[in-house]
Design a protein around this ligand. Structure first.
Ligand SMILES: C[S@@+](CC[C@H](N)C(=O)[O-])C[C@H]1O[C@@H](n2cnc3c(N)ncnc32)[C@H](O)[C@@H]1O
Length: 187
């Protein structure tokens, strides 16, 4: 499908972002476990949370972003930097209880690739640590947006320390020319 058509399709379906089709494909292709309790990191404007609550209406979702996110029925939103997530009592009290962590986080780009790559790497590492802490020990998984760059191999290795299965996946809705890709880790 032409890239612009993903945006049109999202709009028609009432989704806030075309990113929903990336998550949909990743989960369809790779995720075999149940989805009951989800932590959505870098959730704004809210497409991924909307998709989860539509597809799994009985699931509980906590969404976190440094930017404001308009409310979504069934989703608890917290405006916070993921680096400070442990200070949120609601989340902190639920360590080991989530079955899915999804992170579509992208840092603000400076245009200096060495700096951008380090920023992405740092946020990705924080996400992996959070997933490790907040996911249950079995039948749980994490989806992380990252980029194909010189840190990619180290990042994947780091994930392999915490997850039994680690897979790389580039969904059709992710622009071919973009270095964006996704890592899926399952326990
Ligand atoms: C590509 S958007 C997410 C789109 C979302 N998955 C959707 O479908 O609507 C990336 C988000 O990550 C957020 N973000 C970047 N750094 C963050 C951080 N340190 N803590 C929390 N959110 C962050 C940005 O504010 C932005 O809203």
């Amino acid at each position: 499908m032409h890239q612009d058509n993903w945006s049109l399709k999202a709009k028609k379906m009432g989704y806030r972002s075309r990113a929903v089709f990336k998550l949909e494909e990743i989960l369809l292709k790779l995720h075999k476990n149940q989805i009951n309790k989800v932590l959505d990191l870098g959730s704004a404007p809210g497409g991924w949370s909307q998709f989860i609550i539509n597809k799994y209406p009985h699931s509980k979702i906590i969404a976190v972003d440094i930017l404001h996110m308009e409310p979504i029925d069934g989703v608890q939103f917290i405006k916070k930097n993921i680096e400070d997530i442990d200070s949120i009592q609601l989340i902190n009290s639920q360590k080991g209880k989530f079955d899915l962590v999804i992170s579509d986080i992208a840092p603000n780009l400076t245009g200096i690739s060495a700096v951008d790559n380090e920023n992405i790497y740092e946020l990705n590492k924080i996400t992996i640590n959070l997933a490790n802490i907040y996911l249950s020990e079995v039948n749980s998984a994490v989806v992380i947006k990252t980029f194909q760059n010189n840190n990619f191999k180290s990042l994947k290795k780091e994930m392999e320390l915490f997850f039994k299965i680690v897979q790389t996946y580039k969904p059709a809705a992710s622009k071919n020319k973009s270095a964006e890709t996704y890592l899926y880790g399952a326990r």
